[in-house]
Design a protein around this ligand. Structure first.
Ligand code: PSV
Ligand code: MN
Length: 429
């Protein structure tokens, strides 16, 4: 193992907090016991929960107006893996990285897999990118990718996705996430029905290249970069496409990709009902696809989503193995800090969902006792689960207070000395 932070540093940071944690954990344990809940059982479930981090989230994000890099941020996949290893070492809830190609392209993927493994990491879903042109590429994606009117462009997009599967096999992934930005900016620009036909035909070629134990996760998004219509714009288009492609095609819900105020937890329940819930990209948003930190705007929605996921686990449909991933743009924070805080928000929502008295909830629902059904959720949501999360981390060798330990490590300052400097205030993403 080649872990980035020293075990002593984490132990030292924990020594300051351990007595208070034990006290808080026992106090919460007594409180939960009165409700018939064994705190250790919840803690053990939380300990087995994990969420992947996106390789691209390790660097500062940006908007189409500007990007403000910070000294010491990673500039290549190797440095990104190092930063993801820091997040995992402290949080113990993010053991896998989701790579994006061609952004994370290297010449030797077996070596990359070993490098990650020495850092205590594995790989999650591989993400293809047919929403940007790359230097030297034969066809432009200006007309779209899998749905382009240009056959050679569609073929290039198919080929890229198949290459991603091949890379993913070498990295140990089992999912290909496909998000296409294909769409239009003007009424009449493209035939809305035929563009979907072209997408389906090209996506089927990618689907056919999937190994037996792989899944193709279709990610929908309402708008951006297309602002009038998008080919796979919503969960309806996504599930229809997934149903047409076959059993290995599932839907991926990015929390930021819906119209404002859409009931995302209901979408989750619907997709699961038809065995098509494949995964999540966690983030939060206020206006549109803002890619804000998970749970920073609407933590209650995150809890309600996990409430549906816990219900789904109790009533599995088909091969239910949702892939959980963070997908955020860290424009004004240190990405490591954002992902530590987000991982905590996500695991915390899961813990709260586990605390829901399901029997009381279901009885109240059957009896049409609206207030008591709501209270069953409310009581769980109101519990401060921080001691459960911290205890699970401590037992797994992580940090009780992840942000304090991270700051004590002076990781970013140290990397600012070692890593290639990034320009100030430059770059449009
Ligand atoms: C698109 O907005 C998206 O959510 C997709 O998941 C992409 O892969 C990712 O963002 C890239 O930033
Ligand atoms: Mn996404």
């Amino acid at each position: 193992m080649n872990l980035p932070l020293s075990g002593e540093l984490i132990a030292e940071a924990n020594a300051r907090d351990v007595a208070a944690l034990e006290e808080d954990y026992h106090a919460l344990g007594r409180q939960l016991e009165r409700k018939g809940i064994a705190i250790d059982a919840i803690k053990d479930r939380v300990a087995s929960f994990s969420v992947a981090v996106p390789s691209w989230g390790a660097g500062r994000g940006g908007t189409r107006f500007a990007k403000f890099p910070i000294p010491g941020e990673p500039t290549n996949v190797h440095e990104k893996l190092e930063d993801c290893a820091v997040i995992q070492q402290l949080s113990r809830v993010t053991p896998r990285v989701s790579p994006h190609f061609p952004w994370d392209k290297v010449s030797d993927y077996a070596a990359l897999r070993e490098e990650a493994s020495a850092l205590g990491l594995g790989f999650d879903a591989v993400n293809s990118n047919t929403f940007q042109d790359q230097p030297g590429q034969a066809q432009t994606y200006a007309t779209g990718s899998l749905s382009s009117t240009v056959a050679a462009t569609r073929a290039q997009a198919v080929e890229h996705n198949i290459e991603c599967i091949e890379i993913g096999r070498q990295l140990g992934s089992r999912d290909l996430t496909v998000w296409v930005g294909d769409g239009t900016n003007f009424p009449g620009q493209q035939d809305l029905a035929r563009s979907l036909d072209r997408y389906l035909e090209a996506a089927a070629e990618v689907y056919d290249a999937l190994p037996d134990d792989w899944r193709m996760l279709l990610e929908h998004k309402m708008f951006e970069p297309a602002f009038y219509s998008t080919v796979i714009s919503d969960w309806g288009s996504s599930i229809l496409a997934a149903q047409e492609l076959g059993p290995k095609a599932k839907c991926l819900v990015d929390l930021g990709h819906h119209a404002p105020n859409v009931n995302i937890e209901q979408i989750v329940a619907r997709l699961h009902r038809f065995g098509k819930l494949g995964g999540f990209h966690f983030n939060d948003s206020k206006y549109g696809d803002d890619d804000l930190d998970s749970g920073s705007i609407n933590p209650h929605q995150l809890f309600l989503v996990f409430n549906e996921l816990v219900e789904a686990e109790l009533n599995p449909r088909g091969d239910f193995r949702p892939s959980y991933m963070i997908d955020q743009s860290h424009n004004v924070t240190d990405p490591i800090e954002s992902m530590l805080s987000s991982a905590e928000a996500i695991a915390g929502s899961f813990a709260k969902a586990l605390l829901v008295d399901r029997e009381a909830l279901h009885l109240a629902q059957e009896a049409n006792d609206t207030m008591m059904a709501f209270q069953a959720l409310r009581r769980a949501y109101n519990v401060d689960v921080a001691p459960i999360l911290a205890k699970a981390r401590l037992e797994a060798g992580g940090a009780i207070d992840t942000l304090a330990a991270y700051r004590a490590s002076r990781w970013r300052e140290r990397k600012a000395q070692e890593r290639k400097a990034v320009g100030l205030g430059a770059g449009i993403v």
